[in-house]
Design a protein around this ligand. Structure first.
Ligand code: TMP
Length: 207
């Protein structure tokens, strides 16, 4: 049987990696880790990680066109799907991925204003029908996240506050329309993790 595919989404520094790390620990403590694959986008595999290096290189700030940016994310995704995600799912493993196509909708489609149709079209070639069984959206606006304007080593993070606000609004739009999209509003860390665990149980994520 095919494994379940879950993605975690949200703006910069909203705590995604903290909760994903807590999930990894939770599974490890129960001796379940080998049935799960933890991965991230852009990245997951050697080639996609190299594409990540290009996309996030701060010295390319203002130089990569928005369409190129969107296409690079889609290319990294394609390699990630073919090389990591599908082989894992087909082997019956569950996959948890830090960001996926919904980041492209929020960042490139909405904040870069390329539009949802453009993102859908180019990702159609990359994703085909490999869509998540559940998307967990960490709903924290940039003003409340640990993100701060300026000084980051990462090209995307270095964008202005207005950009990150638009990304957040993009995610809020997805809340209205995207399939299997579940929102978690973070408060206390353990309580938030508990909510994520419940959502994952409902999705059949635990084998
Ligand atoms: P990360 O720092 O959370 O690993 O994500 C890398 C950056 O890439 C982050 O700023 C979000 C951005 N991103 C997009 O703009 N589009 C995408 O499709 C993905 C996966 C990430």
């Amino acid at each position: 049987m095919k494994g379940k595919f879950v993605t975690v989404e949200g703006g910069e520094r909203v705590g995604k990696s903290t909760y994903i790390g807590m999930l990894r620990e939770y599974l490890e403590e129960r001796g379940l880790l080998e049935s799960y694959v933890f991965t991230r986008e852009p990245g997951g595999g050697e080639i996609a990680e190299r594409i990540r290096g290009i996309i996030l290189d701060k010295s390319y700030f203002g130089k990569i066109s928005y369409r190129t940016e969107a296409l690079l994310y889609a290319a990294a995704r394609c390699q990630h799907i073919d090389g990591v995600i599908l082989p894992a799912l087909n082997a019956g493993k569950n996959v948890i991925c830090d960001r996926y196509i919904h980041s492209s909708f929020a960042y490139q489609g909405y904040a870069r204003k390329l539009g949802a149709e453009y993102v859908t079209a180019i990702n159609g070639y990359a994703v085909e029908n490999c869509m998540p069984d559940a998307v967990i959206f960490i709903d924290l606006p940039p003003e409340k996240a640990y993100w701060r304007e300026g000084g980051s080593e990462d090209r995307m993070e270095n964008e202005k506050a207005e950009f990150h606000r638009a990304v957040y609004e993009g995610f809020k739009e997805l809340q209205k329309s995207a399939d299997n999209f579940f929102t978690v509003t973070p408060k206390d860390k353990n309580e938030t993790f508990g909510k994520i665990l419940n959502l994952l149980k409902d999705t059949g994520f635990f084998l």
